[in-house]
Design a protein around this ligand. Structure first.
Ligand code: ZN
Length: 394
């Protein structure tokens, strides 16, 4: 058998240093390099915590200039090895890393390798899958007349389970498929637009609640518009519409499958429209969070934040990714590490991420608290858990 960690001589055939760990499941499978002898060591039940590390954490740790990142990164890795924690990476990390233009001789491949090494291959579901899952679950609740409060399940956002012990090998699935230059360009355009919008925000007389409603309305309109564009392309005989329409267009396509096929299209669209105006849609976690984060930013702009537009441009450069990340993944995490600006934003009473979704928010201003939290995980390890770690990964 393929023995990856030798524990000693084989109890079966007696061959010297040929018996050891083969694989890890709910038990450690042990075998011999020379004979068929096998045994298992059962592992206790575990439940890992989830931490989300923002891109600034990874690039800071890789750059190595600020020792705080390195200390925290080592501690995160230790807790992951102890099976107490996972730090999954996401498709948004990949997008950001591939757009990164490198820094002082470090390439974006090195950064991606570092991100993957830190996360030990653990992954969040792709951003568009989390978004679609959340909308479809809310749609189902809407159609069944259930309450609008969203019901979280780990599998909405996290691949694999938090109860499983790490095996020795993970498969790194596939290369990066998105168009990097296009992404870069779209991002720059989006930031340009946002900087232009700051003037409107500053002069805006809308209330906070109106701003939230507007954000949600815009998101709904985007779903409907992209879907209608896709239908139109189909009707005109453009069959590539199915494969190269934006992911959001497919969300309504999926929603339609829940409605009777013989119902005329306008009626089905009407039903979708009712959903988009309902509390069910407003309570979709990524909608709720991104609308409240943007509306809170708008309030800050009204009060004078970003009055220096050049500074604003610099700061807002990563803001769409940050808001996307946080709104999609934070509710599934026990802790998130984000930059100071975002941490300040999500701590404001109009977002209050920690209270609403029970996630601890850390930034460079609360680094000691982050280290303390990580240490507390190890301090709380049971004797059985420690023995399991020793048996599986000694
Ligand atoms: Zn043997």
């Amino acid at each position: 058998m393929l023995v990856t960690r030798v524990v000693g001589d084989c109890p079966g055939c007696g061959a010297k240093d040929s018996f050891g760990n083969v694989s890890v499941h709910e038990y450690v499978l042990r075998g011999c390099k020379h004979c068929q002898y096998q045994s298992v060591v059962w592992l206790p039940e575990i439940r890992k915590k989830v931490i989300y590390l923002d891109q600034f954490f990874f690039s800071g740790a890789l750059r190595g200039k600020d020792p705080r990142f390195k200390v925290a990164a080592e501690r995160v890795k230790r807790m992951c090895r102890l099976q107490l924690l996972v730090a999954p990476y996401s498709s948004v990390h990949e997008d950001e890393t591939h757009q990164w233009r490198g820094h002082e001789g470090m390439t974006n491949d090195q950064l991606m390798e570092f991100v993957k090494a830190t996360s030990r291959g653990a992954e969040f579901e792709k951003d568009y899958n989390v978004e679609r899952t959340q909308v479809l679950k809310a749609w189902e609740a809407f159609l069944k007349g259930q309450p609008p409060e969203y019901i979280f399940e780990d599998r909405d956002a996290i691949q694999g389970t938090l109860e499983e012990w790490d095996d020795y090998f993970r498969i790194d699935v596939g290369g990066y498929m998105r168009d990097i230059e296009l992404k870069r360009q779209l991002k720059e355009e989006a930031v340009d637009e946002l900087v232009k919008v700051l003037d409107q925000w500053q002069a805006s007389i809308q209330t906070f609640d109106e701003a939230v409603a507007l954000e949600i309305h815009d998101a709904a309109r985007q779903y409907v518009d992209t879907y209608l564009t896709m239908l139109k392309r189909h009707a005109e005989g453009d069959f590539s519409a199915t494969i190269n329409s934006p992911m959001v267009a497919k969300v309504i396509e999926h929603m339609m499958q829940w409605l009777p096929e013989d119902q005329p299209l306008p009626e089905r669209l009407q039903r979708c429209g009712e959903f988009f105006q309902s509390p069910h849609f407003a309570e979709v976690p990524n909608q709720w969070l991104s609308s409240h984060m943007f509306a809170t930013m708008r309030e800050m702009v009204k009060r004078g934040t970003f009055s220096n537009r050049d500074e604003a441009r610099k700061r807002l450069n990563g803001v769409f990714e940050d808001i996307k990340h946080i709104s999609l993944y934070a509710p599934y995490c026990d802790a998130i590490v984000i930059d100071k600006f975002m941490a300040d934003l999500v701590r404001r009473p109009t977002v209050n991420l920690q209270k609403r979704y029970g996630v601890k928010v850390f930034s460079l201003s609360s680094w000691d608290a982050l280290l303390d939290w990580l240490d507390s995980l190890e301090a709380g390890m049971s004797k059985e858990h420690k023995a399991g770690v020793a048996a599986a990964y000694h």
